[in-house]
Design a protein around this ligand. Structure first.
Ligand code: NAP
Length: 241
């Protein structure tokens, strides 16, 4: 049994570790970050070249099943994998960690939507944590932004007033509290990523009564089999034989 495990997440690494050596696993990373945390076992890095490229790769490597453990916001990769597997009739599973309960957060559909809310509500000092590809949506905003990203930004489309903070999670409550206080943040913008690695900012914002704008997850294609935990994904692969 040979499985392609689309990764780039802690869950992907945990599943690669749990499946091996019983199952042959090839983990795949997009190659976005310079020194990624690597899963155990075989790893390939870089895009496949769209749905066609992925299908060719799956055939060439005689893959028996695909587990998509990418981040819940890696919507393009997830859509490509679903389409490629449906056409090749390959067993396919999405492992998506459970979403956060938005609680009192204002749920928005996109960063564009969030930028409009910032202007509408008159927020002036915003902690922006939705990632490098989201930053351009705030380029016309008059607010000041603390932009936290994993790797340096390479775009000129940035809000006029900002500070970039390069760092990688996991993040801890006390540090998040200090960060929000020291920068006098009055709004937090986050994706609904789910999981524990980045949730401390929500708890810190709640403790300080800071409003949260939460970008909702992109929808999954109909009919895709989905589980929320590494244990369930392990059981699914095991049941394939
Ligand atoms: P995306 O927008 O869904 O993917 C864009 C393209 O990048 C895909 O079409 C594919 O290129 C390539 N790609 C993405 N994930 C890949 C993978 N695991 N292996 C091989 N190619 C991959 O993805 P993204 O949001 O930029 O995320 C990229 C990676 O970072 C993902 O692996 C994800 O798990 C991880 N990540 C993302 C986030 C987030 O917030 N989006 C957060 C943490 C980690 P081709 O079309 O050429 O195949």
């Amino acid at each position: 049994m040979r499985v392609l495990l689309l990764g780039g997440t802690a869950e992907g690494r945990a599943l690669a570790s749990a499946l091996q050596p019983r199952v042959e696993v090839i983990s795949s990373l997009a190659g976005r970050v310079p020194d990624p945390a690597l899963p155990p076992g075989a790893v390939r890095v870089g895009g496949f070249g769209g749905v066609d490229g992925l299908q060719n790769w799956l055939r060439e490597h005689r893959i028996d099943a695909v587990v998509d453990a990418t981040h819940p916001f890696a919507a393009t990769m997830t859509a490509h994998a679903a389409e490629a597997c449906a056409e090749l009739q390959l067993p396919h599973l999405v492992l998506a960690r459970p979403a956060w309960d938005p609680g009192a957060a204002i749920v928005v559909s996109s960063d564009t939507d969030a930028a409009e809310r910032v202007a509408h509500q008159g927020y002036s000092r915003v902690f922006l944590t939705t990632g490098r590809s989201a930053v351009a949506a705030y380029a016309a905003s008059d607010a000041w932004y603390l932009i936290r990203v994993v790797t340096a930004l390479d775009t000129a489309a940035l809000p006029r007033r900002h500070q970039v903070l390069l760092s990688r999670g996991p993040y801890h409550y006390d540090d998040e509290l200090r960060l929000l206080e020291s920068h006098r943040i009055d709004a937090l913008i986050t994706k609904n990523s789910g999981g524990d690695m980045t949730r401390a900012k929500l708890d810190a914002a709640a403790a300080l009564d800071i409003p949260v704008l939460m970008v909702a997850r992109p929808p999954l294609r109909d009919g895709v089999t989905t589980v929320g935990t590494v244990e369930e994904a392990l059981a699914w692969v095991t049941a394939l034989g």
